[in-house]
Design a protein around this ligand. Structure first.
Ligand code: PRT
Ligand code: ZN
Length: 214
């Protein structure tokens, strides 16, 4: 494996993709990202970009297949992979929240005792519940979480919220925020000296871009 380049994993297609590509370009790194490409070499910096599903990025970075990755902190934390979070990127801000049916008379977190909660974030939810000494049944599903209470699949949901309109349109209200997230850069713990130096150069450029915007 070539220890003299940085392999950077970003989301192929989704909410993080556009801002991730934009950030790399604003750092002055040029590459051809023709449609459908799964990897591409930068032309003016020793880097290669990999286009992946966001859920796969922490694992690739932990294994050192990718040296850096851009993902939501929610995905990185839930994955529990052994990676370093090296920088917060300021985009794709959202929160992981618990929602219940609007007509539900909810007072505080202890109301969740004995209830079932549908989520794609079982680990973060379990952490939150146990830190609040609440025992609930976690029902892990892979998507369309917000529909669960209205079809009787669960009493509550724990999902990503941004504007809140998805909760609203499914008859739910947000009752607890358990995690605040934004896009972050994660790094492998097994970088060569050259790669550490390239990462420093990249972080310097990212910080300059961020300062220029503020
Ligand atoms: O295909 P792949 O697995 O790569 O993508 P994905 O479908 O798993 O992820 P994607 O692209 O939807 O989201 C990528 C990341 O964007 C997430 O991990 C979050 O860090 C961040 N993000 C920011 C969001 C949202 N905002 C968001 N609103 N992720 C998801 N949502 C969804 C949410 O799940 C809910 O269904 O949007 C709905 C809620 O939005 P509001 O505005 O109605 O509240
Ligand atoms: Zn995903």
């Amino acid at each position: 494996m070539n220890d003299n380049i940085l392999r950077i994993a970003i989301q192929k297609s989704g909410r993080l993709s556009e801002d991730s590509l934009k950030l790399i370009k604003e750092c002055g790194i040029r590459f051809d990202n023709g449609a459908g490409k799964l990897k591409t070499d930068a032309t003016n910096f020793p880097a290669q970009i990999l286009f992946l599903r966001d859920d796969d990025i922490p694992g690739y970075v932990e294994d050192g297949v990718a040296h850096l990755g851009i993902v939501g902190e929610n995905v990185s934390e839930e994955s529990n992979r052994d990676v370093d979070t090296v920088h917060k990127l300021g985009f794709s801000k959202c929160r992981l929240s618990i929602g219940v049916l609007r007509e539900h008379d909810y007072n505080n977190v202890s109301d969740l005792e004995g209830k079932s909660i549908a989520t794609t974030y079982p680990r973060l939810l379990e952490k939150y519940l146990s830190s609040n000494n609440v025992k609930a049944q976690i029902h892990e599903i892979s998507g369309s979480v917000e529909i669960a209470p209205s079809i009787g699949l669960a009493d509550a949901v724990c999902d990503i919220v941004s504007s809140g309109s998805t909760l609203l349109s499914n008859g739910l209200k947000e009752v607890e925020t358990i995690f605040r997230s934004e896009a972050v850069m994660i790094a492998s713990k097994h970088l060569s000296e050259v790669q550490k130096d390239l990462l420093d150069q990249l972080l310097f450029r990212i910080k300059s871009v961020q300062v220029a915007k503020n």
